[in-house]
Write a protein of this length. Structure first.
Length: 343
Protein backbone atom coordinates (compact mmCIF):
# COMPACT_ATOMS: atom_id res chain seq x y z
CA UNK A 1 0.00 0.00 0.00
CA UNK A 2 1.38 3.42 -0.94
CA UNK A 3 2.30 5.73 1.92
CA UNK A 4 0.44 8.61 0.28
CA UNK A 5 -3.00 6.99 0.48
CA UNK A 6 -5.70 8.22 0.53
CA UNK A 7 -4.35 11.49 -0.84
CA UNK A 8 -2.70 9.77 -3.83
CA UNK A 9 -3.69 6.17 -4.53
CA UNK A 10 -1.64 3.74 -6.54
CA UNK A 11 -2.70 4.10 -10.16
CA UNK A 12 -4.48 1.44 -12.15
CA UNK A 13 -2.45 0.49 -15.21
CA UNK A 14 -4.12 -0.27 -18.52
CA UNK A 15 -3.41 0.08 -22.23
CA UNK A 16 -5.02 2.24 -24.84
CA UNK A 17 -5.88 1.33 -28.42
CA UNK A 18 -2.25 1.80 -29.44
CA UNK A 19 -0.90 -0.58 -26.79
CA UNK A 20 0.47 2.33 -24.76
CA UNK A 21 0.43 2.09 -21.00
CA UNK A 22 -2.13 4.37 -19.37
CA UNK A 23 -2.08 5.14 -15.64
CA UNK A 24 -5.20 6.33 -13.89
CA UNK A 25 -4.29 8.24 -10.75
CA UNK A 26 -6.80 8.65 -7.96
CA UNK A 27 -6.78 10.08 -4.50
CA UNK A 28 -8.33 12.77 -2.34
CA UNK A 29 -5.85 15.43 -3.42
CA UNK A 30 -6.30 14.49 -7.06
CA UNK A 31 -10.07 14.53 -6.76
CA UNK A 32 -9.87 18.13 -5.53
CA UNK A 33 -7.31 19.01 -8.20
CA UNK A 34 -9.47 17.50 -10.93
CA UNK A 35 -12.47 19.48 -9.71
CA UNK A 36 -10.47 22.72 -9.78
CA UNK A 37 -9.00 22.11 -13.22
CA UNK A 38 -12.40 21.31 -14.67
CA UNK A 39 -13.85 24.56 -13.31
CA UNK A 40 -10.89 26.64 -14.50
CA UNK A 41 -10.51 24.71 -17.76
CA UNK A 42 -6.89 23.82 -17.08
CA UNK A 43 -4.85 20.86 -18.25
CA UNK A 44 -2.84 18.84 -15.74
CA UNK A 45 0.35 16.88 -16.20
CA UNK A 46 1.16 14.48 -13.38
CA UNK A 47 4.86 13.91 -12.76
CA UNK A 48 5.72 10.98 -10.50
CA UNK A 49 8.66 11.01 -8.09
CA UNK A 50 11.53 8.60 -8.42
CA UNK A 51 10.68 5.23 -6.93
CA UNK A 52 13.93 5.13 -4.96
CA UNK A 53 13.01 8.38 -3.21
CA UNK A 54 11.42 7.50 0.13
CA UNK A 55 8.45 9.43 1.40
CA UNK A 56 10.24 10.39 4.62
CA UNK A 57 13.14 11.82 2.58
CA UNK A 58 10.72 14.02 0.64
CA UNK A 59 9.13 15.25 3.86
CA UNK A 60 12.54 16.02 5.33
CA UNK A 61 13.61 18.00 2.26
CA UNK A 62 10.40 20.04 2.28
CA UNK A 63 10.90 20.78 5.99
CA UNK A 64 14.40 22.10 5.29
CA UNK A 65 13.11 24.30 2.47
CA UNK A 66 10.34 25.71 4.67
CA UNK A 67 12.64 26.34 7.61
CA UNK A 68 15.19 28.19 5.47
CA UNK A 69 12.48 30.23 3.74
CA UNK A 70 13.45 29.00 0.29
CA UNK A 71 10.13 27.24 -0.32
CA UNK A 72 7.93 30.16 0.71
CA UNK A 73 10.01 32.59 -1.33
CA UNK A 74 9.37 30.58 -4.49
CA UNK A 75 5.87 29.27 -3.81
CA UNK A 76 2.63 30.81 -2.66
CA UNK A 77 -0.15 28.83 -0.98
CA UNK A 78 -3.86 28.89 -1.64
CA UNK A 79 -6.59 29.03 0.93
CA UNK A 80 -7.09 25.75 2.84
CA UNK A 81 -9.64 23.46 1.24
CA UNK A 82 -9.37 20.22 3.26
CA UNK A 83 -9.63 20.34 7.03
CA UNK A 84 -8.19 17.41 8.93
CA UNK A 85 -6.80 16.76 12.42
CA UNK A 86 -4.38 14.35 14.01
CA UNK A 87 -5.72 12.32 16.92
CA UNK A 88 -4.83 9.40 19.14
CA UNK A 89 -6.69 6.34 17.84
CA UNK A 90 -7.30 3.61 20.39
CA UNK A 91 -9.25 0.33 20.41
CA UNK A 92 -12.97 0.72 20.90
CA UNK A 93 -14.46 -0.77 24.09
CA UNK A 94 -15.31 -4.43 23.77
CA UNK A 95 -18.61 -5.93 24.79
CA UNK A 96 -18.89 -7.69 28.12
CA UNK A 97 -20.76 -10.95 28.68
CA UNK A 98 -24.09 -10.31 30.41
CA UNK A 99 -23.21 -12.86 33.07
CA UNK A 100 -20.11 -10.83 33.92
CA UNK A 101 -22.21 -7.66 34.00
CA UNK A 102 -24.74 -9.24 36.37
CA UNK A 103 -22.05 -10.57 38.67
CA UNK A 104 -20.50 -7.11 38.65
CA UNK A 105 -23.55 -5.57 40.37
CA UNK A 106 -21.96 -6.37 43.73
CA UNK A 107 -18.35 -6.92 44.64
CA UNK A 108 -17.08 -10.39 45.44
CA UNK A 109 -17.17 -9.69 49.17
CA UNK A 110 -20.85 -8.71 49.01
CA UNK A 111 -21.75 -11.91 47.15
CA UNK A 112 -19.76 -13.91 49.70
CA UNK A 113 -21.50 -12.14 52.59
CA UNK A 114 -24.93 -12.79 51.05
CA UNK A 115 -24.12 -16.48 50.72
CA UNK A 116 -22.99 -16.57 54.35
CA UNK A 117 -26.16 -14.78 55.48
CA UNK A 118 -28.33 -17.36 53.67
CA UNK A 119 -26.52 -20.27 55.29
CA UNK A 120 -26.43 -18.73 58.76
CA UNK A 121 -30.10 -17.74 58.60
CA UNK A 122 -31.03 -21.31 57.65
CA UNK A 123 -29.28 -22.68 60.72
CA UNK A 124 -30.78 -19.95 62.92
CA UNK A 125 -34.26 -20.93 61.73
CA UNK A 126 -33.58 -24.57 62.44
CA UNK A 127 -31.97 -23.89 65.83
CA UNK A 128 -34.74 -21.48 66.92
CA UNK A 129 -37.38 -24.06 66.10
CA UNK A 130 -35.50 -26.84 67.94
CA UNK A 131 -34.18 -24.91 70.96
CA UNK A 132 -37.07 -26.03 73.20
CA UNK A 133 -39.53 -28.89 73.17
CA UNK A 134 -42.46 -26.45 73.30
CA UNK A 135 -41.27 -24.54 70.23
CA UNK A 136 -40.43 -27.74 68.40
CA UNK A 137 -44.00 -28.96 68.83
CA UNK A 138 -45.64 -25.67 67.89
CA UNK A 139 -43.38 -24.79 64.95
CA UNK A 140 -44.25 -25.78 61.42
CA UNK A 141 -42.58 -28.84 59.93
CA UNK A 142 -40.96 -26.56 57.31
CA UNK A 143 -38.57 -25.26 59.97
CA UNK A 144 -37.73 -28.49 61.76
CA UNK A 145 -35.08 -29.71 59.30
CA UNK A 146 -32.02 -27.91 57.95
CA UNK A 147 -32.82 -28.73 54.33
CA UNK A 148 -36.34 -27.31 54.52
CA UNK A 149 -35.05 -24.24 56.35
CA UNK A 150 -32.54 -23.64 53.56
CA UNK A 151 -35.35 -24.02 51.03
CA UNK A 152 -37.51 -21.42 52.81
CA UNK A 153 -34.58 -19.01 53.21
CA UNK A 154 -33.75 -19.30 49.51
CA UNK A 155 -37.38 -18.59 48.61
CA UNK A 156 -37.36 -15.41 50.68
CA UNK A 157 -34.03 -14.33 49.22
CA UNK A 158 -35.39 -14.81 45.69
CA UNK A 159 -38.62 -12.96 46.51
CA UNK A 160 -40.84 -16.05 46.35
CA UNK A 161 -43.45 -16.86 48.98
CA UNK A 162 -42.67 -19.69 51.38
CA UNK A 163 -44.84 -22.76 51.85
CA UNK A 164 -45.67 -21.88 55.48
CA UNK A 165 -44.98 -18.88 57.66
CA UNK A 166 -43.29 -19.37 61.06
CA UNK A 167 -45.57 -19.94 64.08
CA UNK A 168 -43.32 -19.14 67.03
CA UNK A 169 -42.33 -15.57 67.90
CA UNK A 170 -38.61 -16.36 67.99
CA UNK A 171 -38.54 -17.69 64.41
CA UNK A 172 -40.87 -14.92 63.24
CA UNK A 173 -38.44 -12.23 64.47
CA UNK A 174 -35.56 -13.81 62.57
CA UNK A 175 -37.83 -14.30 59.57
CA UNK A 176 -38.84 -10.59 59.49
CA UNK A 177 -35.24 -9.43 59.79
CA UNK A 178 -34.20 -11.64 56.90
CA UNK A 179 -37.15 -10.42 54.78
CA UNK A 180 -35.92 -6.80 55.26
CA UNK A 181 -32.37 -7.80 54.33
CA UNK A 182 -33.53 -9.67 51.22
CA UNK A 183 -35.77 -6.78 50.17
CA UNK A 184 -32.85 -4.31 50.34
CA UNK A 185 -30.50 -6.59 48.38
CA UNK A 186 -33.18 -7.42 45.81
CA UNK A 187 -34.10 -3.74 45.23
CA UNK A 188 -30.50 -2.76 44.51
CA UNK A 189 -29.90 -5.81 42.35
CA UNK A 190 -33.04 -5.33 40.24
CA UNK A 191 -32.23 -1.64 39.65
CA UNK A 192 -28.85 -2.51 38.17
CA UNK A 193 -30.20 -5.59 36.43
CA UNK A 194 -32.69 -3.53 34.41
CA UNK A 195 -29.94 -1.11 33.38
CA UNK A 196 -27.82 -4.03 32.18
CA UNK A 197 -30.66 -5.28 30.02
CA UNK A 198 -30.92 -1.99 28.13
CA UNK A 199 -27.24 -0.95 28.18
CA UNK A 200 -24.77 -1.99 25.44
CA UNK A 201 -22.62 -3.83 28.04
CA UNK A 202 -19.33 -2.27 26.97
CA UNK A 203 -16.12 -1.84 28.88
CA UNK A 204 -15.12 1.70 29.82
CA UNK A 205 -13.61 3.44 26.78
CA UNK A 206 -10.17 5.06 26.79
CA UNK A 207 -10.81 8.79 26.42
CA UNK A 208 -7.86 10.57 28.09
CA UNK A 209 -4.10 10.37 27.83
CA UNK A 210 -3.91 9.29 31.48
CA UNK A 211 -6.14 6.29 30.77
CA UNK A 212 -4.01 5.45 27.73
CA UNK A 213 -0.80 5.58 29.80
CA UNK A 214 -2.36 3.26 32.39
CA UNK A 215 -3.49 0.75 29.76
CA UNK A 216 -1.62 -2.29 28.45
CA UNK A 217 -1.64 -1.05 24.85
CA UNK A 218 1.45 -0.65 22.70
CA UNK A 219 2.41 2.60 21.03
CA UNK A 220 2.40 2.26 17.24
CA UNK A 221 5.40 4.45 16.40
CA UNK A 222 5.52 5.78 12.86
CA UNK A 223 8.87 7.56 12.32
CA UNK A 224 7.40 10.40 10.23
CA UNK A 225 4.51 11.20 12.60
CA UNK A 226 6.64 10.66 15.70
CA UNK A 227 9.27 13.04 14.34
CA UNK A 228 6.59 15.60 13.59
CA UNK A 229 5.18 15.31 17.11
CA UNK A 230 8.69 15.81 18.46
CA UNK A 231 9.19 18.95 16.35
CA UNK A 232 5.81 20.26 17.53
CA UNK A 233 7.03 19.68 21.12
CA UNK A 234 4.01 17.56 21.99
CA UNK A 235 4.07 17.15 25.77
CA UNK A 236 2.55 13.68 25.66
CA UNK A 237 5.73 12.21 24.16
CA UNK A 238 7.69 12.88 27.36
CA UNK A 239 5.10 11.05 29.44
CA UNK A 240 4.67 8.19 26.98
CA UNK A 241 6.00 5.00 28.61
CA UNK A 242 4.09 2.38 26.63
CA UNK A 243 5.79 -0.52 24.89
CA UNK A 244 6.77 0.58 21.37
CA UNK A 245 5.75 -1.21 18.20
CA UNK A 246 7.59 0.14 15.16
CA UNK A 247 5.15 1.11 12.40
CA UNK A 248 7.03 2.08 9.24
CA UNK A 249 3.79 1.29 7.39
CA UNK A 250 1.19 3.07 9.48
CA UNK A 251 -1.64 1.70 7.37
CA UNK A 252 -0.82 -1.87 8.38
CA UNK A 253 -0.70 -0.71 11.99
CA UNK A 254 -4.11 0.91 11.57
CA UNK A 255 -5.44 -2.39 10.25
CA UNK A 256 -3.96 -4.10 13.30
CA UNK A 257 -5.62 -1.51 15.55
CA UNK A 258 -9.05 -2.08 13.98
CA UNK A 259 -8.77 -5.89 13.85
CA UNK A 260 -6.65 -6.93 16.85
CA UNK A 261 -7.11 -3.86 19.05
CA UNK A 262 -3.80 -4.04 20.94
CA UNK A 263 -2.10 -0.79 19.92
CA UNK A 264 -2.66 2.97 19.94
CA UNK A 265 -1.49 5.17 17.09
CA UNK A 266 -1.51 8.82 16.05
CA UNK A 267 -2.94 9.52 12.61
CA UNK A 268 -5.32 11.82 10.78
CA UNK A 269 -9.08 11.46 10.69
CA UNK A 270 -9.19 11.03 6.91
CA UNK A 271 -6.56 8.29 6.91
CA UNK A 272 -8.34 6.43 9.71
CA UNK A 273 -11.70 6.59 7.93
CA UNK A 274 -10.13 5.43 4.69
CA UNK A 275 -8.29 2.44 6.18
CA UNK A 276 -11.32 1.40 8.25
CA UNK A 277 -13.40 1.27 5.07
CA UNK A 278 -10.66 -0.52 3.14
CA UNK A 279 -10.62 -3.38 5.67
CA UNK A 280 -14.44 -3.55 5.65
CA UNK A 281 -14.79 -2.06 9.09
CA UNK A 282 -17.65 0.22 10.06
CA UNK A 283 -16.89 3.71 11.32
CA UNK A 284 -17.92 2.69 14.84
CA UNK A 285 -14.46 1.11 15.19
CA UNK A 286 -12.94 4.62 15.10
CA UNK A 287 -12.39 5.53 18.73
CA UNK A 288 -10.16 8.41 19.78
CA UNK A 289 -9.04 10.31 22.82
CA UNK A 290 -10.96 13.46 23.59
CA UNK A 291 -8.05 15.73 22.77
CA UNK A 292 -7.09 16.87 19.25
CA UNK A 293 -3.33 16.92 18.89
CA UNK A 294 -3.17 19.52 16.11
CA UNK A 295 -5.04 20.45 12.93
CA UNK A 296 -3.81 19.43 9.50
CA UNK A 297 -5.23 21.64 6.75
CA UNK A 298 -4.44 21.16 3.06
CA UNK A 299 -3.61 23.84 0.52
CA UNK A 300 -2.30 24.02 -3.05
CA UNK A 301 0.95 25.78 -3.92
CA UNK A 302 1.76 27.64 -7.11
CA UNK A 303 4.70 29.70 -8.28
CA UNK A 304 4.76 33.02 -6.43
CA UNK A 305 3.04 35.74 -8.43
CA UNK A 306 1.12 33.30 -10.66
CA UNK A 307 -2.06 34.93 -11.98
CA UNK A 308 -4.04 31.72 -11.53
CA UNK A 309 -3.91 31.96 -7.72
CA UNK A 310 -6.88 34.38 -7.24
CA UNK A 311 -9.10 32.23 -9.46
CA UNK A 312 -7.84 29.13 -7.69
CA UNK A 313 -8.74 30.63 -4.33
CA UNK A 314 -12.25 31.52 -5.53
CA UNK A 315 -12.89 27.94 -6.61
CA UNK A 316 -11.42 26.51 -3.41
CA UNK A 317 -13.52 28.87 -1.28
CA UNK A 318 -16.61 27.65 -3.11
CA UNK A 319 -15.46 24.06 -2.60
CA UNK A 320 -14.82 24.76 1.09
CA UNK A 321 -18.14 26.54 1.59
CA UNK A 322 -20.09 23.63 0.17
CA UNK A 323 -17.75 21.14 1.86
CA UNK A 324 -17.34 19.25 -1.39
CA UNK A 325 -14.18 17.57 -0.15
CA UNK A 326 -16.27 15.59 2.33
CA UNK A 327 -18.09 13.96 -0.59
CA UNK A 328 -14.77 13.07 -2.22
CA UNK A 329 -13.82 10.77 0.67
CA UNK A 330 -16.75 8.28 0.41
CA UNK A 331 -16.56 8.41 -3.39
CA UNK A 332 -12.87 7.60 -3.26
CA UNK A 333 -13.43 4.75 -0.81
CA UNK A 334 -16.18 3.17 -2.88
CA UNK A 335 -14.22 3.48 -6.12
CA UNK A 336 -10.99 2.08 -4.69
CA UNK A 337 -12.83 -0.83 -3.08
CA UNK A 338 -14.27 -1.72 -6.48
CA UNK A 339 -11.25 -1.01 -8.67
CA UNK A 340 -8.09 -1.58 -6.67
CA UNK A 341 -6.73 -5.11 -6.24
CA UNK A 342 -5.89 -6.30 -2.76
CA UNK A 343 -2.29 -5.78 -1.77
Amino acid sequence: MDVAEPYVVKPNKSTDGYENEVFRFRGLELECLTYVTQILNLSVEIVTAREEMAFSQNVHKIELLVQTGVYTSLREGSVPYIFDAFKWYVPCPKSVLRTESIMGVFSFSVWLDARSVVLVTSFVFWFSAKCSYRDAVRESKSYRTVIRCMYDVWCVFMGVSVAEIPRTSRVRVVFCLFVCYSFAISTVFQSFFVSFLVSPNLLKPITTLEELLNSSLKYGKNPVIHGFLDKMEYEGLERLDLDVLECPDKYKCLERLFIQGDIAIVTSEIEAQYIASRVDMAHDVLCTLDEHLFPCNHAMYVIRGDSVLPKLNDVLRHCRKRELWKSFVPNLISSTNCEMPDN
